[in-house]
Design a protein around this ligand. Structure first.
Ligand code: PMP
Length: 305
């Protein structure tokens, strides 16, 4: 598949309050963000013309910036409106949306007390994060070499660019070795998450997922927990040890890009994706297209398929 570079496309990007032609959405090489990773971002999906959980994503963007000690020079309402408008301007009704806020080039050095914050929002078409053919059999995860830093060592509640440094190393290693992604442990050896998604396991009808104490409590994660609980399923947030993997019957990951993706292998452990995972996949797929997060409407939508 030929890659279309992200700096050489047609379309519009929202940059600091204005829509600019795609190729003109540039920043200076001496931007603080480029050197010191002072950038926070979001990953959102628009389905049928509505961005799923837009307000929650925008809130997290602002919260991430606050954690990194900078502020966006816009209101959440302005960012919400611009996010939807950027999709519309590009003619998309189903796409991925990437807002990003970063420190500019006013100041060079670690200190950034006098730097300005810039904001951009781009959108592009991105059908599935993982190869659609793999979705039924499940993706293959290898064990990561790096662990997630503890909350005492990094701003782990923020969706901050710097936290992805080890994720890119681990994702590259996975793909080079023929896997789809890497599964990371926390600093105490408990299962944490993959490089861009949260993880769930199933045992005896109950759903287990790591407590998000040093990684993102994903918006998809919370949605899937809500769906499962609304069906009367038990969802347990707990510490999960790698030695427990053989006690589970199914495994899946969640994320805005990954949606609900079955896992067929973690290291040596093989899983066969089955009913509960496929059911949650379908329910999540139905819910995101309703926009409102209304599980009653979702039940109806599934019943009427
Ligand atoms: N963990 C990481 C490291 C991620 O990049 C993502 C994707 N944003 C998630 C978890 C899932 O978060 P969400 O469901 O909010 O997209």
């Amino acid at each position: 598949m030929a890659l279309v570079p992200f700096d050489n496309r047609d379309g519009w990007i929202w940059l600091d309050g204005h829509f600019v032609p795609w190729r003109d959405a540039n920043l200076h090489i001496l931007s603080h963000a480029m050197h010191y990773s002072s950038a926070v971002f979001e990953g959102e999906r628009m389905y049928d013309g509505a961005i799923f959980e837009l307000e929650a994503h925008t809130r997290r963007l602002f919260r991430s910036a606050e954690i990194l000690d900078f502020q966006l020079p816009y209101s959440e309402a302005e960012i919400n409106a611009a996010s939807t408008e950027v999709c519309r301007r590009n003619g998309f009704t189903d796409c991925y949306v990437r807002p990003i806020a970063w420190r500019g080039a006013e100041q060079m050095g670690v200190s950034a007390l006098h730097s300005n914050t810039h904001v951009a929002i781009a959108a592009w078409e991105w059908p599935k994060y993982f190869d659609a053919n793999k979705l039924r059999r499940g993706i293959r995860l290898r064990w990561a070499t790096y662990c997630r830093p503890p909350a005492s060592a990094a701003p782990t509640a923020a969706k901050a660019a710097g936290l992805y440094m080890i994720c890119t190393i681990e994702k590259n290693a996975a793909e080079r070795l023929g896997f789809d992604d890497s599964l990371m442990l926390d600093s105490e050896g408990n299962i944490a998450e993959t490089t861009g998604a949260n993880i769930f396991f199933i045992r005896g009808g109950a759903i287990y997922t790591p407590t998000p104490d040093c990684f993102l409590d994903g918006i998809t994660r919370r949605t899937v927990i809500e769906i499962a609980r609304s069906q009367g399923r038990q969802v347990i947030e707990t510490r999960i040890r790698p030695e427990e993997l053989a006690t589970f019957s199914e495994c899946f990951v969640t994320g805005t890009a990954a949606e609900v993706t079955p896992v067929g292998q973690v290291g040596e452990q093989i899983y066969t994706p089955s009913d509960i995972t496929f059911d949650l996949m379908e329910r999540y797929g139905a819910l995101v297209r309703l926009g409102a997060g209304d599980t009653c409407k979702m039940e109806l939508a599934i019943a009427n398929r």
